[in-house]
Design a protein around this ligand. Structure first.
Ligand SMILES: [Zn+2]
Length: 320
């Protein structure tokens, strides 16, 4: 980072940030306002271009300090414009690069406020289906085109909103509960084993989610989605509505977990167990702690106790 010993001078005029605006969007609007290149503007406010490029995901203490002075805000206000508070738990749900979705209502408002280029944080958050600013339903952005999600999962919309709320407030959950919630999302997107009803439904490779939200695979068959390795939980909006509803259902009815697990046999079952243990062990590096939380959670202890012998061979994950 290019940060001189001398802190930057405060900008003569600082623009208001839009509600939920991302830090990079706000900074780039200032470069436009002052009519200078983003690289020149970065230097002026005490950061470099590389720092600016990834600032929404990675705000260093030095950059926060410099920006607080130059942009006439507190360091907390600067940090609140980034994904920092969600980065720990929900990193695989934060889209990289361009926004994955948009709020058309907010866009119209930004246009009439003469700040067309505003980009909101929520447009990169893979757990959102509604706008946190105005409550409108979010729309898909695909190659510059904006379109609403399909209404295939309209019947589970309210449950999906519950799932969205659970994830939005995940930082208030106990560490073990939060780890389980994220693990469930990964598990719901795994492939299940084929069943006899798959052939008549023309389903080649169903997902576990179909067990919790019946009909999911029939939709996925028509518009198959792929999972991105770096952000595996940023899925298209229609898929996301089903996924969030599935998350909500598994919270309210633990028996769904058993059914998810039963949907996987053979190699799908090995994958299911491996993903589960890896995610939980990553969240809890020491085995003793994993054991503690396992025993204190009625939902998971029942599962682990029944399958103790099966989880034993994967112990290397826990001793790292
Ligand atoms: Zn909005």
């Amino acid at each position: 980072m290019i940060f001189d010993a001398t802190p930057p001078d405060p900008l003569p005029l600082v623009l208001d940030e839009a509600p939920d605006e991302s830090l990079s969007s706000w900074l780039i609007r200032h470069a436009q306002f002052y009519g200078i290149a983003p690289s020149t503007f970065s230097r002026r406010v005490g950061i470099d271009m590389l720092t600016l490029a990834r600032i929404d995901r990675r705000l260093t203490a030095g950059a926060a300090r410099a920006l607080a002075i130059a942009m006439r805000r507190s360091r907390t206000e600067i940090a609140s414009m980034t994904h920092q508070q969600h980065e720990d738990r929900l990193a695989p749900m934060i889209a990289r690069g361009k926004a994955a979705q948009t709020c058309v209502e907010c866009q119209l408002r930004h246009r009439s406020d003469k700040r067309v280029t505003v980009v909101l944080k929520s447009w990169s958050q893979g757990w959102r289906i509604a706008c946190p600013v105005c409550g409108s339903r979010l729309q898909e952005v695909d190659g510059g085109e904006v379109r609403p999600p399909s209404d295939a999962f309209e019947h589970v919309w309210d449950e999906a909103r519950n799932g969205e709320e659970l994830l939005t407030n995940i930082e208030h959950l106990a560490a073990d509960r939060a780890a389980f919630v994220v693990a469930l999302l990964h598990l719901l997107l795994l492939h299940r084993s084929p069943t006899r009803s798959d052939a008549p439904r023309q389903i080649a490779r169903g997902r576990v989610l179909d067990v919790v939200v019946p009909g999911f695979d029939d939709f996925d068959r028509r518009a198959r989605f792929t999972i991105n390795g770096t952000t595996p939980l940023v899925v298209p909006l229609t898929i996301r509505i089903a996924l969030l509803a599935g998350l909500s259902r598994t919270q309210n009815d633990p028996d769904f977990y058993k059914r998810m697990e039963n949907a996987c046999s053979g190699k799908e079952s090995i994958r299911f167990d491996a993903v589960k243990i890896k995610l939980l062990a990553d969240a809890h590096p020491t085995f003793s702690y994993l054991q503690q939380i396992r025993d204190s959670s009625p939902f998971w202890s029942r599962h682990f106790q029944q399958r103790r012998s099966k989880t034993a061979p994967v112990s290397p994950y826990r001793t790292v």
